[in-house]
Design a protein around this ligand. Structure first.
Ligand code: PBG
Ligand code: ZN
Length: 323
């Protein structure tokens, strides 16, 4: 048969396939989420997030060491407070859980420590901001989360990641950090965050399901793609260093568009619902777990992500270092 281009030629052996592979996963792509709450010696595995635990400050530091030993470069810290009030004031306490966790992890490891900045883990109503007359008040929230970011910077955080979706927060946060001399703390903004049904297991972990209403007045409408470009442009104009798209899997078109439009580092958040779906498929015996997870995470890189926040980080790191 007269076939000039035979694609199968380069698919013949594993080594050949590896040589011509366009996209690969690396340890340095991974950011591991870590949840820290009150107490001591806590390591409470979440039923809906197999393998993912809620820690206390002491155990989260132990876990961070394990992640560092596996070669994971960065963690994203979330605080789950039991002392909640309407404004989420435990988020910016001097000796708060995340504040203590930052300094403990920085002392014990050389990991890059990034903190999620939001009020939903600290506010009694579960919303991502300060409530005022039944609505999330944009400007009061921005003021509050800038304080949270500053309190983390004082403990030596490397980067802050605002996930609240208020308008203008990146600019105010940048100014607040700079005025206090924290020019080197970077901002990884959740620039494009959709109002998604894929956050279910996370909200259970954080006890942050809104007590009333939903998050559609601040998170993005899933029907909007052009708006994602505007959101990223806005955050960059306010000083964001890394931008993020979230969720990941159902929004790969958005990841690709953002990649095409901008030159900055792009992160994606492979969210809790995506993790739970993949885990249950593997647990039901319909897929080989390592291959499935590798394929999923690779798809995010292929779409254009540089960095992946994922609950698979630990297992993926193990797989990347053992053939
Ligand atoms: C809240 C926040 C959410 C996630 C990260 N930060 C959920 C939400 O908006 O309700 C989602 C993470 C996940 O589902 O894994 N600020
Ligand atoms: Zn929130």
């Amino acid at each position: 048969m007269d076939i000039l281009y035979r694609p199968r030629r380069l698919r013949r052996t594993p080594l050949l396939r590896e040589m011509v592979r366009e996209t690969s996963l690396h340890l340095s792509d991974l950011i591991a989420p870590l949840f820290v709450g009150e107490g001591e010696k806590v390591r409470e595995e979440m039923e809906n997030l197999p393998g993912i635990c809620r820690y206390s400050v002491d155990t989260v530091t132990e876990e961070a060491k394990i992640l560092e030993d596996l070669g994971i470069p960065a963690v994203l810290l979330f605080g789950v407070s039991t002392r909640r009030d309407p404004v989420g004031s435990s988020a910016w306490e001097r000796e708060g859980i995340v504040q203590r966790a930052i300094s403990a992890i920085k002392r014990a490891t050389s990991l890059i420590v990034i903190t999620d900045i939001c009020l939903c883990g600290y506010a009694d109503h579960g919303h991502c901001g300060v409530m005022c007359e039944g609505r999330v008040d944009n400007d009061r929230t921005v003021e509050a989360i800038a304080r949270v970011a500053l309190s983390h910077a004082r403990e030596g955080v490397d980067g802050v990641a605002p996930s609240d979706m208020m308008d203008g927060r990146v600019g105010v946060m940048r100014r607040t950090l700079d005025e206090a001399g924290f020019h080197e703390v970077f901002i990884m903004s959740y620039s494009v965050k959709y109002a998604s049904s894929l956050y279910g297991p996370f909200r259970e972990m954080m006890h942050s399901t809104p007590r009333f209403g939903d998050r559609r007045s601040y998170q993005m409408d899933p029907g909007n793609a052009r708006e994602a470009i505007r959101e990223v442009a806005l955050d960059l104009s306010e000083g964001a260093d890394i931008v993020m798209v979230k969720p990941a899997l159902a929004y790969l078109d958005i990841v690709a568009r953002v990649r095409e439009h901008f030159l900055v580092p792009l992160a994606v958040y492979n969210v809790s619902g995506e993790y739970a779906m993949v885990k249950s498929l593997a647990r039901m015996g319909f897929a080989e777990e390592r291959e499935l997870v590798t394929e999923v995470l690779l798809s995010l890189k292929r779409a254009g992500a540089d960095l992946i926040v994922t609950y698979h980080a630990k297992e993926m790191a193990r797989w990347l270092t053992t053939r």
